[in-house]
Design a protein around this ligand. Structure first.
Ligand code: NAD
Length: 286
């Protein structure tokens, strides 16, 4: 049978998660997605009404089939962690079993196991603020939503991942180099994610024969990136300064993800793989 993938962080057809889902589907994988609870309704409605049909097209002409959409809020591990105001919030009360532990239980009940785990989500409420103006709460929320969410997902999914499987996340160069504008502790969150990639690769490798890598992606005008506010400038900067002066497509990240989780990458784990037209290699560009 084909491989089964769970992709956390798909809520429209613009982001990296969607492109990764498509690349995995094109390679024959069965696609399950985890969608942030507040975005679930509109995503499912749009899917049902065919709004994504054009972008569901795979190279062979068929449409990507998303076998199941799970509501997910990756900042909560189990129901005990959910504050009252969130529980009673209309958008959350309309769905159930969306904490990490419950989602994994649902996937286990529905399908038994998975082969591939993709983490394509981030959130930093103060991302537009410089680090010098970031509150403790904003910083910790960025880490919780963007870094620990990955630790938690892998922790809970590992027991139902088939040996030989693989996991990836998405990171950004602001973890290693100062990128003014990527604030609110998001640069710190990506640094944590990259460090955790190495430690989790060791632990999940030894414990479950699972490989763990992260893709450091170039700028893409996704919904999340538009909320940061400077994405058009970053795309332009990359175009002007990168070794490859071309637009960087989400599909290029999707294809790399498909390679990294496939047996073609069977000796690659704990790595940061750059998919950014080479921008990370530059010191100054003239
Ligand atoms: P996106 O908006 O498509 O994806 C982010 C997703 O995270 C959204 O679907 C959102 O609903 C979800 N999300 C937010 N908080 C969540 C939570 N608590 N629980 C579950 N889901 C939650 O945007 P994207 O830019 O494709 O982001 C995907 C990944 O790529 C992120 O890790 C991002 O940091 C990374 N990345 C993006 C860029 C870029 O320029 N867009 C560059 C490098 C890395």
């Amino acid at each position: 049978r084909g491989k089964r993938a769970f992709i956390a962080g798909v809520a429209d057809d613009n982001g990296y998660g969607w492109a990764i889902a498509k690349a995995l589907a094109a390679a024959g994988a069965e696609i399950l997605v985890g969608t942030w609870v507040p975005a679930l309704n509109i995503f499912e409605t749009s899917l049902r009404r065919g709004k994504f049909d054009e972008s569901r097209k795979l190279p062979d002409g068929s449409l990507m089939d998303i076998v199941k959409v799970y509501p997910l809020d990756a900042v909560y591990d189990s129901p005990d962690d959910v504050p009252e105001d969130v529980k009673s919030n209309k958008r959350y009360a309309g769905s159930s079993n969306w904490t990490v532990k419950e989602v994994v239980e649902s996937v286990k009940n529905d399908f038994g196991s998975i082969d591939i785990l993709v983490h394509s989500l981030a959130n930093g409420p103060e991302v537009t603020k410089p680090l010098l103006e970031t509150s403790r709460r904003g910083y910790l929320t960025a880490i919780s939503a963007s870094s620990y969410s990955y630790v938690s997902l892998l922790q809970h999914f590992l027991p139902i991942m088939n040996p030989g499987g693989a996991s990836i996340s998405l990171t950004y160069i602001a973890s290693e180099r100062a990128i003014p504008g990527y604030g609110g502790g998001m640069s710190s969150a990506k640094a944590a994610l990259e460090s955790d990639t190495r430690v989790l690769a060791f632990e999940a490798g030894r414990k479950g024969k699972i490989r763990v890598n992260t893709i450091s992606a170039g700028p893409l005008g996704s919904r999340a990136a538009k909320a940061i506010g400077f994405i058009e400038k970053m795309i332009e900067y990359s175009y002007v300064n990168a070794p490859l002066q071309k637009e960087q497509l989400a599909d290029e990240v999707g294809n790399t993800a498909a390679f990294l989780v496939s047996s073609l990458a069977s000796a690659i784990t704990g790595s940061i793989v750059y998919v950014d037209n080479g921008l990370n290699t530059m010191g100054i560009a003239i």
